[in-house]
Ligand binder design. Structure first.
Ligand code: C2E
Ligand code: CA
Ligand code: CA
Length: 875
């Protein structure tokens, strides 16, 4: 009983009986117990206490009657089969619980203690019996206690025990004896379960409980309890290990119970909790899609490394065409691609490079490469052992090549090259700075050339900020109509006829002046402004083209406009274009939209828009063919009518057999598919000739004309500017404008510039825009120029006589000077009137330099000679 004392906080249960001593006469128990009786050797009532005799409890007991008769049938059975034989055998019986029959109106204490049995009630009693010896014949003295109270307590005790045992907590009561040994008055079943022993074992040998613990744990527990007792502490905690499972950790938290000063503890298996915590941490730090560490894991890794002053590199990579995959093939395909990329990253790095290593290595000292996913299509690799830039470069190269290999997604082969920004962490950096720098370098890599890597340099930030500023300026610029279209003619090589023109966007920035589309188009694309920009250019180009037609200018049959992806995925585009062309009175066939191959990659939405455009009769051209991952097969798959061979191939056509072969192949395939071919970026006559030989009929490039402002186009179209370049028919006004070695300026009859060639711009830095409508001398002549030469040139124009070989000192835009020989030749119309002057300038700076050196040499030789003759004379 004492084992629950204190634990339950229940008052002490009175021990009911003292053993009655044998008597021969009826003793007076009334002072002690009010309900007693004596029965003889066969169980008949011999005597009753006054209270019972008075029918106090309402029980029907009568002297001479069998005692059993006063019991309920169930108790009679129990009495006959159990208690009575036991009493006779042992001579005593303790706490036999019996139900006595009592009259319904009996005075058996609290009516709540009684229960109805048929027409009568039952009175539960606890009876204790003792044999008496008198005159050799046996009699038994029985004492009845008002059973209900006691029974309730017993039942409550049992209930509490049951519920304690049913509780999931592993509860333990601990008592430190004066000899410092530990005793365990109570241990719940769950505790025993935890320690791997059964309640029966524990009951048999309570110390078994201690034996389940390791030796160290036992000592530790004793010490903790002793310390707590001596310090008067009211709680303690001990971490224990079972003897047989040294990896398990059990945490025992105990509090002192004041009434009896024993300890009550709860034992928890924290190994599970610790595992769970570990799992949770892993979960919180893992990207669910790829199972790579996520941003938060990456940040803590970076911090750890920076705190440890470790040298490491961060490689930040972003997939170049992920958005396209997502948009065109759906998110499932996008997810699949990301998983494949992650897997490749993981396998491409060394084996130790996974999450488990990352999560468990609290102190990462061993070199390690870890890949993490930041979100979207951004991945980061943290690499430790890249001591120098060479090793870093090798790693970055490896990464770029590794990721550029094709993936198979939903039965399709996809190439998802990455652009990588690389940064070497510097001591003093924060994790955020390191990551931001790597990100900046990645953007730079994208800007320069997709599918490459770039090492971070501090001034990249300045540029990144500038790009942001540009985005904001571009937004304003669009509203303020700072954007306009310029036009570059497309020429039939054989005849020099203008067969088309491409509209190209130009932006006049209020402070920076003209900004190249190579700069602002990517900004517009990344900021989402491209759709608005594209539409503005498209509209203004079409309006301009319609205006020229109305003016009766000999406009070509086709106007080409570049289209961006954002426009192509807009299902409204065909309808808008239709309305625009209709409102301008332009037939749909006039418009040709230039798309790049990557734009036209399989995508339902794009396919639909392209089909609708084709349905309208709008022409489509495949731009920049030969860059990226172009394939000849795609020419057949895409609904285009024209293919434009990229400038890069034309540039090297004279020197590279490969490029020539490719141009030839494109031309052949295009011809077979009945597609038009245009070569872009034609700058020299040699290139034009070679293209014509290879069967390419059309060309666009500086050889013929740069992109021109709208107001320069009428003159160009009316043939006022010579543009047929191949052969010079005798007597014709046509002239070779672009000859690499010479700079050519064409002026009108008044000597005001209408055209300059590429060589002119290349050498002087001045573009047509700079000089159009001005006298060439206004930009080329400076303080050092000989006024006599200047006069000769102006006379050549003023008199219309032209000139030959006038030597003049010219100035470049950057202030440096060069010498040239100038020929000016007037061009006459059929009536003989001068319509323009063509000025060809041949740079003679080298010649002048050599001339000067020769002069110097002569001078020195002369001096030396003079010195020598002087010496000879002296001798
Ligand atoms: P693109 O569509 O390939 O346009 C041809 C580019 O090559 C133009 O550069 C043009 O000025 C240049 N070019 C023409 N002939 C020669 C030549 O003989 N030699 C050299 N070195 N270059 C030549 P631009 O105008 O700077 O445009 C660059 C790119 O910007 C365009 O390349 C196009 O992709 C994009 N772009 C321009 N305007 C628009 C537009 O309105 N919308 C969209 N979406 N993109 C545009
Ligand atoms: Ca184009
Ligand atoms: Ca192009």
């Amino acid at each position: 009983m004492c084992c629950v004392r204190g634990w339950l906080g229940v008052a002490e249960i009175p021990t009911p009986l003292m053993a009655p001593r044998p008597v021969t006469t009826v003793p007076d128990f009334s002072a002690l117990v009010s309900h007693w009786l004596r029965i003889d050797g066969v169980g008949r009532v011999m005597a009753l206490s006054p209270a019972l005799a008075a029918g106090d409890a309402g029980v029907c007991l009568e002297v001479g009657e069998p005692f059993a008769r006063s019991l309920t049938p169930a108790s009679q059975l129990l009495w006959a089969t159990h208690h009575w034989p036991a009493l006779k055998l042992r001579g005593s019986l303790l706490e036999a619980v019996l139900d006595m029959v009592t009259t319904a109106d009996g005075k058996a204490g609290n009516p709540a203690d009684t229960a109805l049995v048929g027409s009568s009630r039952r009175w539960p009693v606890s009876s204790s019996w003792q044999r008496e010896q008198s005159d050799g014949s046996a009699s038994f003295l029985g004492m009845l206690t008002m059973g209900m109270e006691r029974r309730r307590l017993l039942e409550e005790l049992q209930r509490t025990r049951n519920s304690l045992n049913a509780m999931p907590g592993a509860l333990l009561q601990i008592e430190a004896r004066p000899d410092a040994t530990l005793h365990f008055p109570y241990a719940s079943n769950s505790l025993l379960d935890l320690l791997g022993i059964t309640p029966a074992q524990a009951e048999r040998a309570p110390q078994r409980l201690l034996d389940t613990l390791s030796v160290e744990s036992r000592e530790h527990l004793s010490a903790v309890v002793a310390d707590a007792d001596s310090a008067g502490a009211d709680r303690w905690l001990a971490v224990l290990t079972p003897r047989r499972q040294p990896k398990r950790r059990l945490e025992l938290v105990a509090r002192r119970s004041l009434p009896d000063m024993t300890w009550h503890g709860v034992l928890t298996d924290v190994s599970r909790r610790e595992q769970l915590q570990m799992d949770l941490r892993l979960q919180a730090e893992t990207d669910p899609l790829t199972s790579l560490p996520n941003r938060s894991a990456l940040m803590s890794l970076l911090r750890q490394r920076l705190d440890g002053q470790q040298h490491f590199a961060v490689l930040f990579m972003d997939c170049d065409r992920f958005k396209q995959v997502n948009d065109s093939l759906g998110h499932d395909a996008g997810d699949k691609l990301l998983r494949l990329m992650a897997r490749r990253l993981r396998h491409g790095l060394r084996p130790a490079d996974d999450l488990v290593t990352l999560a468990s290595a609290a102190n990462l000292t061993a070199p390690l490469h870890v890949a993490a996913r930041l979100g979207g299509d951004e991945f980061v690799v943290v690499a430790d052992d890249l001591a120098d830039v060479e090793a870093l470069a090798a790693m970055a190269d490896r990464l770029v090549h590794l990721m550029a290999r094709p993936y198979r997604v939903h039965g399709m082969e996809l190439v998802a090259s990455v652009s990588v920004g690389v940064v070497l962490a510097q001591s003093g950096d924060t994790a955020e700075q390191v990551l931001r720098n790597a990100d900046t370098a990645m953007y730079e890599a994208k800007r320069r050339n997709r599918g490459h890597w770039v090492l971070f340099e501090p001034d990249m930030h300045v540029r990144a900020v500038a790009a942001l500023a540009m985005e904001s300026d571009l937004r304003t610029g669009l509203r303020a109509q700072q954007l306009r279209a310029v036009f570059q003619p497309i020429i039939e090589i054989a005849s020099g006829r203008v067969v088309g023109m491409e509209a190209l966007a130009r932006w006049h920035h209020p402070h920076q002046g003209e900004v190249s589309p190579a700069v602002f188009i990517p900004v517009a694309e990344s900021s989402g402004l491209i759709a608005e920009l594209g539409e503005a250019v498209l509209t203004s180009a079409c309006q301009q083209f319609a205006a020229w037609r109305e003016q009766g200018l000999p406009v070509p049959a086709r106007l080409s406009v570049n289209l961006s992806r954002a426009q192509l995925t807009n299902p409204d585009l065909p309808e808008r274009i239709h309305k625009l062309l209709e409102s301008l009175g332009l037939p749909c066939g006039v418009l040709q939209l230039e798309i790049t191959e990557s734009l036209a990659m399989a995508d339902d939405r794009v396919d639909q828009v392209l089909a609708a455009l084709r349905g309208l009769g709008v022409q489509l051209a495949l731009d920049d063919f030969g860059t990226g991952h172009s394939s000849l097969a795609s020419l057949q798959q895409l609904p285009v009518q024209q293919v434009k061979i990229d400038r890069a191939f034309v540039r090297d056509i004279e020197t590279s057999v490969y490029h020539r072969a490719l141009v030839e192949a494109v031309v052949k395939v295009a011809r077979a598919l009945k597609l038009e071919v245009v070569a872009e970026g034609v700058e020299t006559i040699a290139q034009a000739r070679l293209l014509a030989e290879l069967g390419c009929p059309r060309a666009q490039g500086w050889l013929y004309a740069r992109a021109m402002e709208a107001d320069a186009i009428p003159a160009f179209l009316q043939g006022k500017v010579a543009r047929v370049l191949e052969e010079q028919p005798p007597g014709a006004a046509a002239l070779v404008l672009a000859n690499r070695g010479h700079q050519v300026i064409v002026t009108d009859a008044h000597g005001l510039t209408v055209h300059v060639n590429a060589a002119f711009t290349q050498n002087t830095g001045y573009t047509l825009t700079d000089i159009r409508g001005r006298k060439p001398g206004s930009v080329l002549q400076g303080t050092g120029t000989d006024p006599r030469a200047v006069r000769k040139l102006s006379d050549a124009v003023r008199t219309g006589a032209g000139c030959m070989g006038v030597e003049i000192l010219n100035y470049r835009k950057d202030g440096t000077t060069f010498h040239s020989l100038v020929d000016i030749e007037p061009v006459h119309d059929d009536s003989g009137a001068i319509v323009q002057f063509v000025s060809v300038q041949t740079e003679i700076s080298d010649f002048k330099r050599i001339q000067q050196e020769l002069l110097d040499l002569r001078l020195r030789v002369g001096e030396a000679r003079a010195g020598l003759s002087g010496a000879v004379e002296a001798i």
